[in-house]
Design a protein around this ligand. Sequence first.
Ligand code: HPA
Ligand code: ZN
Length: 350
Amino acid sequence: MFKVPPISAERLPGLLRSMPKAELHIHIEGSLEPELIFALAQRNELTLPYASVEALRSAYAFSNLQSFLDIYYAGASVLLHEQDFYDMARAYLGRAARDNVLHAEIFFDPQTHTARGVAMDTVINGLHRACEDARTELGISATLILCFLRHLSEESAFETLEQAQPLLDKIVGVGLDSSELGHPPEKFARIFARCRELGLRLVAHAGEEGPPAYIWSALDVLKVERIDHGVQAVHDAALMQRLAQDRIALTVCPLSNQKLCVFPNLADHNLGKLLDAGLAATVNSDDPAYFGGYINENFTQVFAATGLTAKHAYQLAFNSFEASFAGNADKRVWEHKLKETFERCVEHDY
Ligand code: HPA
Ligand code: ZN
């Protein structure tokens, strides 16, 4: 393991921004900035229930996950055509590249769109073309993860998988998101088993607002390879041990947790506790247009609020590459670049 050199507190924010990283928990619909929502509404001749970009932005005050989801699904309703999905994803990837994201695994919620009459291939082809163009134009690697909405039925999830079947070469895996409480992972046991047979990689949101029991069933019933959020694991010592032992990554989203009141303050966030217990935690932005910042903002704010160190920074970035669904050759290249950034930081002031 790389021995992280000592790095002064003043240099830490710069290092956090410049270090290469992967983003593994980003809902592409949550990257829709109010400006783009208004531009797409105008292009598609839709009327929004907000007078201005500022009025929409000022509605972004949330008390829990559901209060956010209501406004998040409303925002996504401006997406109608393949070019809309392309523009949204291309904008995110441009922004991520500026934060030194080398690889992104992007969630999308097809049921939000198919329920409004948008075809599955409109959604997936638009997002996929943006990933391809970003690779050639920005050198960033990006793949797609289809998320099932857990507040909807198992039947709706199976219908969604059937619609996506001809396009499966354009997605790397499936996930589970939306309202957690009252919708435990086991509700989706059969659809996840089917996706596993199809060779898709598996992740699920669990332990954001829900109890440790939901993390256990995501692991043991759904057989997921990563847990999205997972911060409630600290309330179950046996679960902490399991997550550490099996190197199950947690895709933690500090600003999301703050904005949705999962922790009273960012200073109370348990990211350091998770890392110090040997868990493979990562830092991600979740829904950056709604929660006040992209991935680098998540890093700099949670480090400033909780006093994490350069060693934690290295571990988080390393974990993000290790936990990704990319190939081993790519992982080694990215991890080498990470090491070089830390070495350069010691040699030069920046
Ligand atoms: N949790 C659950 N569902 C979501 C989230 C989240 O943080 N963001 C977008 N959909
Ligand atoms: Zn999420």
